[in-house]
Design a protein around this ligand. Structure first.
Ligand SMILES: Nc1ncnc2c1ncn2[C@@H]1O[C@H](COP(=O)(O)OP(=O)(O)O)[C@@H](O)[C@H]1O
Ligand SMILES: [Mg+2]
Length: 333
């Protein structure tokens, strides 16, 4: 049987959301059980651990122990995942990377920062054009800190009735105190615009103001991230409520190269003319370039070609460029 110390370690890793350690302790318990002559039970424990690992690699459960399954009304407002993404997978400007690393560092030293009476950075506003890594940042921050990512479902949040929306926001901000995680309000402004109601602007303003009030009062250990494509929405009141405003932009040629190398991996040809690739990719977002790389890789697989050369890569990039945002090809002249 498991010792009291092992049970303690199991519970501790569970409460910290440290799935890897949870499994390590489980394996130790299995070994201990085997040593005390309970071979059948030990085997059953090992089988259970293997099953968890299988589910993990199939993406059915996260690397962390799922402690944060939203229930009840929250279930319709928050969707939870346990990302494995890291900041190293992202191609960013030095400044943006520096800002994000700073957040991670402060979070890792949360207790000592707080014990000296300071507040760690944890309310972030991400601004920039689509496809340049705002959502990926929320994912990577959760991955870096082994915290659950809780994406706020805006369509569930915004209702015709302001009172209701505020009550729902309240639920979410309560959850932040109860379950430490990365809470992500994506395209906060854009959702409102889609609603087509006559009083859109007033409505967005009210939701936004309500959000900002909750944000101001919140002093949980969770990370709150809001993302927007619209710089126009950024007035002073907004800036002040966040600990940091992080800007995203389309990749420069150096970043294009890094992205292509990252993404193509073993399908990258050995003698790429980077000038041609950069010219083709100018003005495209990270997301569009990543997609082009995936297309090029698939062409390699289908054509039985080992690596993509400059021509194939440029063709894939041009293919993306000729798509409009809905993904339909624009006929070439
Ligand atoms: N800075 C980046 N570095 C690496 N890949 C990126 C980056 N930005 C976007 N991508 C790729 O494009 C996809 C979509 O990006 P996303 O983060 O959703 O953009 P946004 O939220 O800014 O619209 C990502 O899942 C990733 O594959
Ligand atoms: Mg996004």
């Amino acid at each position: 049987m498991a010792t009291a110390e092992q049970v303690k370690a199991l519970l501790k890793s569970y409460s910290e959301g440290d799935g890897d350690h949870f499994l390590t302790v489980a394996v130790q318990i299995a070994a201990h059980t085997a040593r005390s002559g309970k071979g059948k039970l030990a085997q059953e424990l090992r089988d259970l651990v293997d099953e968890i690992k299988r589910k993990q690699s199939a993406g059915k459960i996260g690397g962390s122990v799922p402690i944060a399954r939203p229930a009840g009304e929250l279930a319709g407002l928050l969707s939870v995942s346990y990302p494995k993404t890291t900041l190293a997978e992202m191609v960013l400007s030095n400044e943006t990377r520096g800002q994000l690393k700073r957040v991670v560092r402060e979070q890792r030293h949360l207790d000592s920062i707080r014990s000296h009476g300071y507040a760690p950075r944890r309310k972030l506003l991400l601004v920039g054009p689509p496809g340049c890594g705002k959502t990926m940042t929320a994912t990577a921050l959760a991955g870096e800190m082994k915290l659950p990512l809780l994406v706020v479902q805006l369509h569930g949040l915004i209702t015709k009735f302001m009172g209701e929306t505020a009550a729902k926001l309240h639920l979410i901000f309560d959850a932040m105190t109860q379950t430490r995680g990365v809470y992500f309000f994506d395209e906060f402004d854009a959702i409102g615009v889609d609603r087509g109601a006559k009083n859109d602007v007033g409505e967005i303003r009210r939701v936004l103001n309500s959000f900002l009030q909750f944000l101001e009062q919140d002093d949980s250990d969770s990370i709150v991230i809001a993302a927007t494509n619209y710089v126009a929405m950024l007035d002073d009141a907004l800036f002040r409520r966040f600990d940091d405003v992080i800007a995203y932009s389309k990749p420069d040629s150096q970043q294009v190269d890094a992205l292509v190398k990252n993404r193509l991996g073993r399908f990258l040809g050995s003698r790429i003319s980077w000038k041609k690739v950069d010219d083709a990719a100018r003005g495209l977002s990270h997301a569009e370039i990543a997609r082009a790389c995936d297309e090029a890789a698939k062409e390699c697989i289908l054509g039985g070609i080992e690596r993509a050369d400059t021509k194939a890569l440029v063709a894939a990039i041009n293919g993306r460029r000729n798509m409009d945002i809905r993904g339909t090809a624009i006929p070439s002249k």
